[in-house]
Design a protein around this ligand. Structure first.
Ligand code: NAP
Ligand code: MG
Length: 405
């Protein structure tokens, strides 16, 4: 029997499978571009909706715990159920967002960076370099308590300290029906969000911008601003000076205006909701959600790589009818390369790091050679373009990867 020439691994990668079209693509990527080259050591968690339902969503918690144990995970897009999905999949209940559950366990910050290729020009003319969104992945409306006020009455915000008197404030005296919401965040979480951003800025030698609405939210948002400033002055000011980069705080509305007029090339730190919204805006303006990397970095230094887009349901329904789909696998593929590279760095396996680099380069070369999925063909300015389905695209990537190895 011939010797296995594939790259071997030391520590398992936490592999988190998902739903619909991205689940199909997940298998194609593994078969075509991972398993022939790597003796993959992975601990597999099936977060496909049927299995989340079967395990009462325990599998999601176990997957997050496994990332805490091994340090690196790669996640496929998953369905966040709504009423329609409960019916479609005959679910026991409307399970929570798996990403929300995993982020709540790992805490941390999500970094999203557009993948820039020749032939695709950002819609914003001034943008020359990628803009990375750093999204705080804990708290605010993602962990809120909401209440539909049925009619007249008083809503109060009450805090009961472990010892001492309760403190209360009137939120509103309702004369009729309305809505009320309570949310929170933690100094520790904000501080680790700040550190993750400052570290990432120094690592990548890019300026860091942070913005909130501290003029209106004089305690909540202002606390974010103050903690960032304190962490910066105490721990990072010197490092920033040495790296020749800047930390810059401004109001969120001013930040939006400045980002659009900028050249790009900075990290834009956003509170949880701002980051959710702004990352879609930045991704779309750079070309496509399918051309965006996404990694969750926990304060303990654990990493979860994923695609920023969803399960591409509309394509999946076509796939189920037996049609070929031209779904872009780049973001899912880059989740794999990101995770494998990080595993290689942590375990000192340089072949794994190099493989990830070459696989990414081969993917971009394929697109720059004019071979691409439909979503990119619609926006690429290359004179000669060939639209291919997902399988053929991956085969073209493999050709270029083999040439480079
Ligand atoms: P989506 O899956 O991102 O797809 C929205 C549309 O964007 C698609 O219909 C497609 O447009 C285009 N698109 C997205 N990714 C693409 C790709 N890789 N290649 C080509 N086109 C792509 O968002 P959604 O339809 O709102 O959500 C579908 C499911 O995904 C939902 O159940 C949601 O809960 C889940 N979701 C999961 C995550 C996650 O796990 N991270 C994130 C968001 C949503 P055309 O149809 O026009 O071609
Ligand atoms: Mg979103």
């Amino acid at each position: 029997m011939a010797m296995d020439k594939r790259i071997s691994m030391k520590v398992p990668l936490v592999e988190i499978d998902g739903d619909e079209m991205t689940r199909v693509i997940w298998g194609m990527i593994k078969d075509t571009l991972i398993l022939p080259y790597i003796d993959l050591k992975s601990e597999y968690y099936d977060l496909g909706l049927p299995n989340r339902d079967k395990t009462e969503d325990q599998v999601t918690v176990e997957a997050a715990m496994a990332i805490k144990k091994y340090g690196v995970g790669v996640k496929c897009a998953t369905i966040t159920p709504n009423a329609q999905r409960v019916e479609e999949y005959n679910l026991k209940q409307m399970w929570k967002s798996p990403n929300g559950t995993i982020r709540a366990i790992l805490d941390g910050t999500v970094f999203r960076t557009p993948i820039v290729v020749k032939g695709i020009t950002p819609l914003v003319r001034t943008w020359k370099k990628p803009i990375t969104i750093a999204r705080h992945a804990y708290g605010d409306i993602y962990r809120d308590v909401e209440y539909r006020v049925p009619g007249p009455g008083k809503a109060r915000l009450v805090f009961a300290p472990e010892s001492g008197e309760e403190i209360g404030f009137t939120i509103h005296e309702f004369k009729g029906p309305g809505v009320v919401l309570g949310m929170h965040n933690l100094d520790d979480s904000i501080r680790s969000f700040a550190r993750a951003c400052f570290n990432y800025a120094i690592d990548t030698r890019q300026d860091l911008w942070f913005a909130s609405k501290d003029t209106i939210s004089k305690t909540y948002d202002h606390t974010f601003k103050d903690i960032f400033q304190e962490v910066y002055e105490k721990e990072y000011a010197e490092g920033f000076q040495k790296a020749g980069i800047q930390y810059f705080y401004t109001l969120i509305d001013d930040a939006v205006a400045r980002v659009v007029r900028s050249e790009g090339g900075m990290i834009w730190a956003c509170k949880n909701y701002d980051g959710d919204v702004m990352s879609d805006m930045v991704a779309t303006a750079f070309g496509s959600l399918a051309m965006m990397t996404s990694v969750l970095v926990s304060p303990e230094g654990h990493y979860e790589y994923e695609a920023a887009h969803g399960t591409v349901t509309r394509h999946y329904y076509r796939y189920l009818k037996g049609e070929m789909t031209s779904t872009n696998p780049i973001a899912t593929l880059f989740a794999w390369t990101g995770a494998l590279r990080k595993r290689g760095e942590l375990d000192g396996i340089s072949e794994l790091v190099e493989f990830a680099d070459r696989l990414e380069a081969a993917s971009l070369k394929t697109i720059e050679d004019g071979v691409m999925t439909g979503d990119l063909a619609a926006i690429s300015e290359l004179p000669e373009k060939k639209v291919v389905n997902t399988g053929d695209f991956l085969a073209e990537v493999k050709k270029r990867l083999d040439l480079s190895l």
